[in-house]
Each structure stands twice: as structure tokens, then as C-alpha cells.
Design a binder for this molecule. Sequence first.
Ligand code: 87F
Length: 542
Amino acid sequence: MSNVDKAEKKVSSKKSAKKADAHIEGASQIGIEVRKEVDFSTWYTQVLKRSEMLEYYEEVSGCYIIRPLAYNIWQEIQNFFDAEIKKLGVEDTYFPMFVSQRQLEREKDHIEGFAAEVAWVTKAGSSNIENPVAIRPTSETVMYPYFAKWIRTYRDLPLKLNQWCNVVRWEFKNPQPFIRTREFLWQEGHTAHFTKEEADTEVYKILELYRQVYEDMLAVPVIRGIKSEKEKFAGGLYTTTLEGFIPTTGRGVQAATSHCLGQNFSKMFDIVIEDPKDAKKVHVWQNSWGISTRSIGVMVMIHGDNKGLVLPPRVAATQVIVIPCGITSKTTEDDKKLVESKVNDVVEELKSVGIKAKADLRENYSPGYKYNHWELKASIIILTGVPIRLEIGPRDLQNQQSLMVRRDNGSKEPIPLADLVSRIPDTLKIIQKDMFERAKKVYDDHVKIVLKWEDFVSTLDGKNFVMIPWCEEVSCETSIKEKSTRHVTEEEAEDEKAPSMGAKSLCIPLEQPNDPPIVPGETECISCGKLAKSYALFGRSY
Ligand code: 87F
């Protein structure tokens, strides 16, 4: 068996990691059967599948079907981000998904280290293709030959293009839905500028928009920073990043990146203009930036609980679901009709103030459930993460009220029917804010400032990030990774919970701690003892 075949086999023979103690007592078939804290990967898969966000694609390992509930989140992200970048003058475009070997290999630094993940089309029917083409893993090499063609004078600058597309990276590491998949959706922005200053400004504007997507839409806290030399995009000048944190595993996740490519690509692809001052050829300054469907996975991992998905209101396709309840065998047909018509009225009222509301009036589909069916409905609503459930029953009608149940914290509150149009929008805002703040507190609590090397690995093993005074040198980063790797058997290393993997630098945070401050010429790197330049965030990561 070739190495590629072996790796393939590893990817496809996903272990069934069910653990006896992970089982949740009394969990019915529609619920989640394992605890998030005990068997995280099974929990994650069950949440995604049972909430109908995602389906496994049996044909090709590492590929998944994004179902409407999840795709809707992606569309919310697209709508927000696309409108914002248009304000910055970015235009949408679409380039082919194929790239020739010649173009792909034009920028050596960029492809080095990535080459093993590039998928190639080598056959058409049964005959070999004379010049195989690669499927884009990213589009720098697809687009830049045309930037060279279109950019002639400073009047052609800035050029700001974006595309929403799929990319393919044939990974052999353990795949995980949304987090590491062989095909994923993203947007890739590619811009060219006359000056470095202009490029720099854009890099940070885009990073701020990505922060808004994560923090304001997905309620996922992130740390903004700059990548180390070792971890930056090799083809570029510097990489800015958002780093997320998955508390259950203690691992970091790169959430989005905005790169300044400097003049590296413009030199390789000959993207030049004449300087208006002296007619000399100057290479343009370029940026590229991307955010992907990984963001959906991060959101699910952070907010989901032992009952299933929990959606932040801003990205929920349904924000409020209204259900009739308390209908029993003694309820008269008239009362039942009254309840149902009130449910519909409430939905219309909420929609009229811009709330994404839906009624669940589906009839009982099995006699066994005839009269307690709303309870079954409630558990499905809980599983699918709808932020607010409103229950209205015959007795509620008499009292002109409803029962509001929050998905994020399970709290229940009777709300007068007349107050719904004011209370529901407010409550959605509160849920959004509470979800972010809870997650933010957990993140903050897991970022530990470590001032001596002896505490580094133990702090990391406590599922934390470590923030250390650091020299920023590549050799030091390599040594930190080595010193923090627990040497385990191959079998153990397969298990995502074994803290075997060494720590990487995640970023040099833009917001630096100052207690204690880094004293130039005095503070030492806690790993190698050379002078520290800054605090850097280290952690195990996806
Ligand atoms: C995998 C195979 C081939 C990442 C790869 O981050 C090439 C690459 O260039 C590759 N994986 N990258 C870096 C992508 C850089 C950059 N491209 C535009 C982004 C955001 C969007």
C-alpha cells in the first residue's frame, strides 16, 4: 500500500469513539446521546447531523453536504461581508477553478509546503490529459497573470476583486466537518495598491470586518494578531489573523486571515505600473484575505450544548418558533382552532416587526404522540437551536399570555401577548449579547500569562492558551513546539483529546498585555532567554 493509500485509509476508517460514560441518561433518539465534555468529536457529529445542518458524503471522505440550516448561516455571513467590502470599493468576480502547473509553480515560496495538498485533474474519460490541471487551493496564481495584464498605469489602481467560491485542499489529517474539509467555501479578496500604506490600511479594515463576523454575528470571541515568521503565509509580507478558542478541547482555531503580500507576487507575476513622478517601473503592493465555512464549525463547537445546537439570533434562519401547547383529549375543537389561529397571528405580528418567526402547526403524525406532541416538537426545536420558543395553550389564551423559552439558557418567562412585539426583539438582542459575553469570559479565563518555562507545558495541558514574553525567532518557535510535544504512540496521537501535539505560536496579539509589561532590553524570552520583543500567544491548534 502506498503512503497515500495508507493515509486515505486512516481518513476513511474513522474510529467509533463512543464512550460508555459519555452517554446521556434518557436521551431519546432525536436528542444528543453523548456529552460534549466527554466525547467531543461524537457530540459534534451528532449535533451537526441531528440538527440537519450537515450530512456526511459517503462517496468521498473529507467532503460533506451543507444542508439549508447551515447554508443559511453562510448566506448571512455573505450578505453582511459582501455589503461591507463593496463600501470599500471591492468588486465581485469569478475566475476559473483550474490552474496550470506552470502558473501554480511560478511563486515557489507560496506553493512550497502546500504542494502535497494540491489535487490534479489528470484524466478525461479513459485518456490521460496531456497537461494536467490543478484545482485551485487558493487563487493567487489564477488571478495574478490577469492583474499583470489589466494593471498598466496608476489609474488602474487600486484594483480590488473578491470572489465567493469553493477551493480544494487534499488534506490527509483527520477531517472534521467545517473545520478541516477537502473542499470548502470561502471568499478570497485580492487587491493591488500603489502604496504600502494603502495596502496596510486595507489589511486591518478587512481584519476588523472578520472580527465583526465572528464576534457580532456568530457571538464567537476572537483574538486579533500578527502571525510569526514561521506561521505567516510564506508567499506574503505579513499575515494578520483572528484566533478562536475551543474550550472543550483547549485548542485554538485560525478563524480568518488578512495578508499583506507586499511586492512578492507582483515581482513574480510582473504586475507593474509607471511611477507618475519619474516614469520608472514600480511593482504594486498586494493583499489577499479570506474567511471560510470553517466559521460555522467554530460557532457550533463553542455554543452547542448537551441538548444540541444553539444559534445566535443574528444568524438563525428561524429566530422564534411559536407552537400550540397544552392541547389534550379534553380540549374542544373550537379551543384548538382558537389556539392555532392565535399562533398564526403572533407569527404575523412578529414578522411585521422584522423578526424571523415561524409557526409549528404540524399535525400529530403518530397516535402515540397525539396529545403530548408539542413536547416532542419542543425537543426538536431545542435540538435545532432556535433562539426563542413561544408556547401558547388554551389557558394562556384566557390569560392573554404566552410562555417564552430561551434556548441559550433554558429560562422561561410568561409574556403578555400584547407585549410580544416589544419584548421579543429586545430578548433576541439580549440573547446575542449574553452568548458572546459568556463565550468571551471562558476564552479570557483560558488565556494564561506564563512567565517561566517550567509552567508552560502544564498550563497548556490544562487546556489553556499561554501568553509569553517571546523573542519572535523561528528557531525558538521550532524548539517550543518540540519541547511541548508529548511523545505518544501513533494510536494515541490519533485521538484528538490526547494532548500530544506541540504548541504553535497562534499570533502576536495586537492588544498586548501590560501586567507585567515587556521591558525593552530587559525582559527575556521564557524559552530561549534572548530578549523578548512582545507577548505571543501559544497553543495547540486545529
Ligand atoms: C494549499 C495548497 C496550495 C493555503 C494552500 O489565506 C496553496 C495554498 O496558498 C495556499 N493553503 N494557502 C495560503 C492561502 C493564502 C490566502 N489566499 C487568499 C489566504 C486568504 C485568501
